[in-house]
Design a protein around this ligand. Structure first.
Ligand SMILES: Cc1cc2nc3c(=O)[nH]c(=O)nc-3n(C[C@H](O)[C@H](O)[C@H](O)COP(=O)(O)O)c2cc1C
Length: 200
C-alpha cells in the first residue's frame, strides 16, 4: 500500500514538472510587416513594460530567431552548417531551453531569473531575455560562433520591428552567472544575450 502511494506520488510529481514546459505553436508564416518596412523600423530599445508575451508571439519570435524552416536547416545560417547555437530564454515563470525541433520551451529552472541575464536594469522588466549559447565542440571556430549569433540576433531585431516590440542585443552580462544559471558544461559558452518585450 505504502509502495503504491509512493509510485502514485512520483507519477503526479513528474506530471507537475513536465506541465511546466511550454508547448509552442507552429509559426504563422503569413504575418508581419514587409521586409523593407521592418528594416526601416529596426532599432535598439532599452525601456520595457513588465508584461508577458502571448505564446503565439513567443512561438513566432523563436521560430524567426532560429527555428527550422526546412527539414534539417534553420532561419539563421551557420558556418559549415554546424548549428552550434542553442537559445535559452528567461520568462517571468522560469528559464527554458528552446527545443526548435519539437516546438517546445523545455523548463530548466522555475522562478523569475530575468534580473540575472544582464547588467542593465531593464532586463528585470522585459518579458523575454534570450541567451545565446554556443557548443564549442560543434563550432567551426570561435569567430564563426560569434558570427552565427549575429544572424540570429538580427532575425530577432527584425521580428521585433515587425511586431511593434522593442529589442536590444546585449554583450553586457556576467558570463559566469549565466553559465551557472544554465548549468553549462565547460565546452558550452554564452556569447550574446538579447532582450525583447513591450516598450514603455
Ligand atoms: C555585439 C553587440 C553588443 C551590444 N551590447 C549592448 C549592451 O550590452 N547593452 C546595450 O544597451 N546595447 C548593446 N548593443 C546595442 C548597441 O548599443 C546598438 O546597436 C547601437 O547603439 C546602435 O543602435 P541601434 O541598434 O538602435 O541602431 C549591442 C550591440 C551589438 C551589435
Amino acid at each position: 500500500m505504502y509502495k503504491q502511494l509512493i509510485v502514485i506520488m512520483s507519477f503526479l510529481f513528474s506530471l507537475s514538472i513536465s506541465a511546466q514546459d511550454i508547448k509552442l505553436n507552429a509559426p504563422n508564416k503569413d504575418g508581419g510587416k514587409p521586409l523593407m518596412q521592418a528594416l526601416s523600423e529596426r532599432k535598439s530599445s532599452r525601456e520595457f513594460q513588465d508584461k508577458e508575451l502571448p505564446v503565439t508571439v513567443l512561438s513566432d519570435l523563436l521560430w524567426a530567431a532560429n527555428g527550422f524552416n526546412r527539414a534539417a536547416n534553420r532561419t539563421a545560417p551557420t558556418a559549415n552548417d554546424r548549428q552550434e547555437i542553442e537559445l535559452y530564454v528567461t520568462l517571468e515563470s522560469g528559464v527554458y531551453w528552446y527545443d526548435a525541433k519539437n516546438l517546445l520551451l523545455k523548463l530548466i529552472k522555475s522562478g523569475d531569473y530575468r534580473k540575472s541575464t544582464g547588467s542593465q536594469d531593464f532586463v528585470a522588466d522585459a518579458a523575454l531575455n534570450v541567451i545565446f549559447v554556443a557548443d564549442m565542440n560543434k563550432a567551426s571556430s570561435r569567430e564563426y560562433a560569434y558570427t552565427d549569433c549575429g544572424f540570429i540576433a538580427q532575425n530577432i531585431y527584425l521580428f521585433a520591428a515587425s511586431e511593434n516590440l522593442g529589442s536590444v542585443t546585449r554583450g553586457w552580462y556576467d558570463k559566469d552567472v549565466l553559465a551557472k544559471l544554465l548549468d553549462l558544461p565547460s565546452h558550452q559558452e554564452v556569447l550574446l544575450t538579447q532582450t525583447v518585450g513591450y516598450t514603455k
